[in-house]
Design a protein around this ligand. Sequence first.
Ligand SMILES: C[S@@+](CC[C@H](N)C(=O)[O-])C[C@H]1O[C@@H](n2cnc3c(N)ncnc32)[C@H](O)[C@@H]1O
Length: 250
Amino acid sequence: MTRLYEDDAELYDIAFDWDISDEADWLVERLQATIVLEPGCGGGRMLEALADRGCQVVGIDRSPRMVELSRRRLGTRGEVFEADMAHFDLARTFDGAVCPINTLLHLSPAELGRHLHRMAQHLEPRTRYLVQVGLVEAGEVPSAGSHWEASRGDTSLRVEWVDEELDLVSGTSRQRSRIEVLSGPRAGEIVEEVHEMTAWTPAAWAAAIAASPFEESATYDGGRKGQWPRVDTTATGGLLWHELHHASPA
Ligand SMILES: C[S@@+](CC[C@H](N)C(=O)[O-])C[C@H]1O[C@@H](n2cnc3c(N)ncnc32)[C@H](O)[C@@H]1O
């Protein structure tokens, strides 16, 4: 597990705590759900946004630090459990689920298969699971990456997230993150880390979904601010939203 999800989970939580209100509005409309599960919920920013819009929310995360941050953020407005998203059993069902910001790229193809079966067990038939997973095609050059600043209270950060390597033969990618603490109690610290992720082409992703209990009913481009235009399932991009329908009882 990466340091940013454990010892430095608080820095991660500040770095990624940008305004997601438009996206949460859009997700709530797409999901049409009353009780929503978020696997890999991190510090709970999406759970909180969904709870603010009237959903009951439940999150799971493998990192005890992230679970603690989510619980602190939600208070009594939702439940969060420590669990692995490829091996969990909450003994209840949901009528919607969401997994933003490429969290599923942390899973190997075999783990994704197990995860989708676990999700099918936890979702009512004909409900939706919206997952944000970037897809790449052979020959595409890794993007230059993202650079931004973020702050909370006294702490301000400069964040860099760069794609370093893409290997579609092995289906892996390497990303590097660098967080520089500009002010606050940890001013002057620099936290750098390499993230080994799974890389999916549109064809490999389509095959993984075809082998799962879900069908992809629509794909949307989540990379255009305030707009989520529908795109072809063969589209590539870093922030694609895939609308998965749980087609049959698991
Ligand atoms: C990219 S962060 C996203 C957090 C949150 N969804 C958000 O939008 O801010 C990925 C999260 O997934 C969690 N995670 C990674 N692999 C996991 C697994 N196998 N089971 C459960 N959680 C996992 C990490 O601990 C981390 O909190």
